[in-house]
Design a protein around this ligand. Structure first.
Ligand code: GDP
Ligand code: IMO
Ligand code: MG
Length: 426
């Protein structure tokens, strides 16, 4: 049975957690394929809210095997806290499988993320300061520690001592910071974390392939989003991994032919946290209203999200970059009160109208959105349960987006709850 990918099509927080949870009802295995605890995936079930950072969003179903793939960067302290918080809410996550090849986030990664951001001053990226960039940098530089190293204290200490020596030199000489203590880190990781983490470590590639071979349903859950991708996003205002669908292959160990469906998640408008270009950003009361109605504050960091109208230019690019089979549209209900809703259908760049984002980032900064304005629907969608219950103007908005981006929209979110969605075929 081929796998399904869930991928964010904008700048994150599109509702990947909710969609993953929804689809997990039909799945057997849910694998996170990249990112770390920079992610905050919200699932609302029976009025209870779960904000997941590292644990795959399918965990709430007892039949699901949740897997943290090799492409993820894992802070074991955060993971254990998350597992404890889930247990306190009655969620049994003991089936969790962690790839031994996933890299560890170490205390010096967090420290470097903080000081590098501070050092950049007004050019800072607005990272989540969770150590994500420095951890992926060490992975690429081949000096990272991996989850499997937790089960070999000798190797762990050897690698750690080399890393801490170099990081301390950088922290002291470049950033004027106090050195970190390798012994303290060793004790924490090997004595406090390893006894609980190591029993969950397994050959995640085998787990996924055995499930696929047995005809079971596997969902590959992306974090962040297409335009935060280190290769295809608005570099340097990106994260340090590949959230695009290709990352689902490298981050779990399946080839492209093992994937049959790629579902892009898109908000009915657009949000972004942190710095970087955002052509349809609104800086007026539209933004305030979207923030207020959509509760647009970071799930983990609490930062206010920047907001703007739906951008079909970026969405078309997301279709290309991910081979999207379909789009799930979320938060349509947030637009309920607008008299009219705008959709960016093209950009004007240096007097020329373009249907795809310009390849040069400086041009993207100059891009002026070309909008079409559609009538609003002026009624509450949150209790709509089927396509027939959508007011004609809401339905027209969904159909217009599908036509603009060129792939079907099959699911429309009308509220945060697991049951608040409508199946359409736009
Ligand atoms: P993710 O990072 O992509 O999983 O998204 P987040 O969880 O960070 O942010 C999405 C927010 O929107 C969460 O608070 C969700 O509970 C909420 N949400 C998801 N779908 C809908 C929807 O259709 N309508 C409304 N009103 N809220 C939604
Ligand atoms: P989910 O999975 C929204 C943003 C940060 C910053 C940039 C780099 O919940 O959609 P990083 O800490 O990754 O080095 O920060 O990426 N960012 C996110 N924005 N949702 C996320 O995750 C994000 N993860 C990172 O705000 O601009
Ligand atoms: Mg989020």
């Amino acid at each position: 049975m081929p796998a399904t990918v869930v991928v964010g099509t904008q700048w994150g927080d599109e509702g990947k957690g909710k969609l993953t949870d929804l689809l997990a009802g039909q799945m057997d295995v849910v694998v996170r394929y990249q990112g770390g605890h920079n992610a905050g995936h919200t699932v609302v079930v029976g009025g209870e809210t779960f904000a997941l950072q590292l644990v795959p969003s399918g965990v709430l179903y007892p039949h699901i095997t949740p897997v943290i793939g090799n492409g993820v960067v894992v802070d074991p302290g955060v993971l254990l806290d998350e597992l404890d918080a889930l247990a306190a809410k009655g969620v049994d996550a003991s089936r969790l499988v962690i790839s031994g090849n996933a890299h560890l986030i170490m205390p010096y990664h967090q420290e470097l993320d903080r000081v590098q951001e501070r050092y950049l001053g007004k050019n800072s990226l607005g990272t989540t300061r969770r150590g994500i960039g420095p951890a992926y940098a060490d992975k690429a530089a081949r000096v990272g520690l991996r989850v499997q190293d937790l089960s070999d204290p000798k190797i762990f200490r050897q690698k750690l001592e080399v890393a801490v020596k170099e990081k301390n030199a950088v922290l002291a000489k470049v950033y004027n910071r106090l050195p970190l203590d390798a012994d303290e880190i060793c004790a924490r990781y090997l004595e406090q974390y390893a006894p609980r983490v190591v029993p969950m470590v397994a050959d995640a590639v085998a787990v996924v392939h055995e499930a696929l071979d047995a005809g079971r349903n596997v969902l590959l859950e992306g974090a962040q989003a297409t335009f935060l991708d280190v290769d295809h996003g608005t570099y340097p205002f990106v994260t340090s991994s590949n959230p695009t669908a290709g990352g689902a292959c490298t981050g779990t160990g399946v080839g492209p032919l093992a994937i049959s469906t790629v579902i892009g998640i898109a908000k009915a408008y657009v949000t972004r946290v942190g710095a970087g270009p955002f052509p349809t950003e609104c800086l007026d009361q539209v933004s305030d209203l979207l923030v207020e109605r959509g509760h647009e504050f970071g799930t983990n960091t609490g930062r206010r999200r920047r907001c703007g109208w739906f951008d079909a230019v970026m969405a078309r690019q997301a279709v290309r970059l991910n081979s999207l089979s379909e789009v799930a549209l979320t938060k349509l209900d947030v637009l309920d009160v607008f008299e009219t809703v705008k959709v960016c259908v093209a950009y004007e760049v240096d007097g020329e109208r373009v249907a795809h984002p310009p390849y040069h980032q400086s041009a993207l900064h100059r891009a002026v959105p070309v909008y079409e304005e559609l009538p609003g629907w002026g009624s509450d969608l949150t209790s709509v349960t089927d396509a027939g219950g959508l007011p004609p103007a809401a339905r027209s908005y969904v159909d217009f987006l599908a036509e603009q981006i060129g792939v079907p929209i099959r699911t429309v979110g009308v509220g945060p709850g697991r049951e608040q969605f409508v199946t359409v075929a736009a």
